[in-house]
Design a protein around this ligand. Structure first.
Ligand code: ADP
Ligand code: SF4
Ligand code: MG
Length: 351
């Protein structure tokens, strides 16, 4: 990702599934599904399933940021947890540098696990309150048997410096820090094993707006210095726009549109993306005048009983009979390198 003098994000030339930066592919998710069984009765028989993630595919190149956006409950965190092996995938493939983590041996998995780390939304809840910062940040090094006490201490001091904290913070406990500082500790912990990929699940959503900007700036600096790839998950379209090279929009367990951030935000082709963006505040008053707010009717259907055909059809103003019968594939219908899962995808007016 590069920033122009005006601070606008510039995205490099098109290619592949949405715009891909030049870097080598580090993560590929293919047709990922995560279904949680619904059980009932004395015998706990399975009577259905929550289809939290249902056929999600994307790839991530070294050094790039893919933003994953969508309303609460659409399956963003479940996608993150499946990539981390923290929930079991029901189907699909997850490949790190070409190796499928769902079918490799335990030893291989241990090696691969080091390459991808996660930062959670709630730093307070995800850091053990009874451990010092040194133990929290150095724990992974200890578990992997990668360093002795002295080396761990030195590495922790280095990691704290990297995220803008002082070495003396190592001896303190989580309750002695602010939310923003705790998230810096969470990031330092994630960096301990020198990963290639960070999965950031709503990393700034629990923070005050002014602190959010500091953490986003820190993440951008770390990406540049360390060549990290980010899967940046958020329900906040403005934050995602700011940090992402490419963006994937999720609705009810599926990706409905994916492409360069400039394309998805400037010329959205899927009705759901168009409606989401119509609700985002824009700084330019003229743009507000030009724009029509699209109000969706109804609620998001339950992922245990998604609508047939296109999952968005119960709320879509463009829906026709075909939408109830045929599942729209995620393909580039508008020849704009912006795959869209809509039978009638079309470029909406640029904003
Ligand atoms: N362990 C679980 N068991 C059953 N349903 C779950 C579980 N985890 C998440 N869900 C459901 O899966 C759907 C997607 O959840 P989630 O991935 O947390 O969404 P998001 O992060 O986009 O808000 C929601 O309907 C949620 O209630
Ligand atoms: S496929 Fe039909 S229901 Fe789905 S988004 Fe397109 S027009 Fe709307
Ligand atoms: Mg979530």
């Amino acid at each position: 990702m590069t920033a122009s003098p005006a601070g606008e994000l510039a995205v490099e030339p098109a290619g592949g599934q949405g715009v891909r930066l030049g870097g080598e592919e580090v993560l590929r998710v293919e047709d990922l599904a995560v279904h949680f069984p619904i059980r009932s009765g004395l015998r706990r028989r399975q009577v259905g399933a929550v289809r939290a993630v249902d056929g999600v595919s994307f790839s991530l190149a070294a050094g790039e940021t893919l933003g994953l956006v969508g309303e609460s409950g659409c399956g963003k965190s479940t996608t993150a947890l499946a990539i981390m092996g923290l929930v079991r995938a029901s189907a699909g493939r997850i490949l790190f540098r070409g190796e499928d983590i769902l079918s490799c041996t335990r030893a291989q998995l241990r090696q691969i696990r080091r390459q991808v780390q996660i930062v959670f939304q709630d730093p307070q809840g995800s850091l053990n309150p009874r451990m010092t910062v040194e133990r929290i940040v150095g724990e992974a090094l200890e578990i992997h048997g990668l360093a002795d006490r002295r080396a761990i201490r030195a590495r922790v001091a280095e990691l704290l410096g990297l995220v803008g904290l002082a070495p003396e913070h190592a001896n303190r406990y989580p309750h002695q820090f602010s939310g923003g500082q705790l998230q810096r500790i969470g990031i330092a912990r994630a960096l301990a094993l020198d990963p290639h990929v960070l999965v950031l699940d709503e990393p700034v959503s629990a923070l005050d707006v002014s602190i959010q900007a500091q953490i986003v700036t820190l993440l951008q600096r770390l990406q540049e210095e360390l060549g990290l790839a980010y899967l940046f998950i958020s329900h906040d379209l403005s934050v995602v726009r700011h940090i992402s090279d490419r963006v994937a929009v999720m609705y009810l367990g599926r990706i409905v549109e994916i492409g360069a951030a400039s394309g998805v935000y400037g010329t959205p082709t899927h009705p759901y993306t168009q409606s989401l963006l119509s609700a985002v505040p824009v700084p330019d008053p003229a743009a507000v005048q030009r724009r029509t707010r699209i109000l969706l009717q109804g609620d998001i259907p339950s992922p245990s009983a998604p609508p047939s055909g296109c999952r968005f059809r119960t709320r879509c103003w463009k829906a026709e009979d075909r939408c109830a019968e045929e599942v729209p594939d995620l393909v580039d219908r508008c020849a704009c390198d912006q795959p869209s899962a809509c039978h009638f995808a079309e470029v909406a007016g640029a904003r």
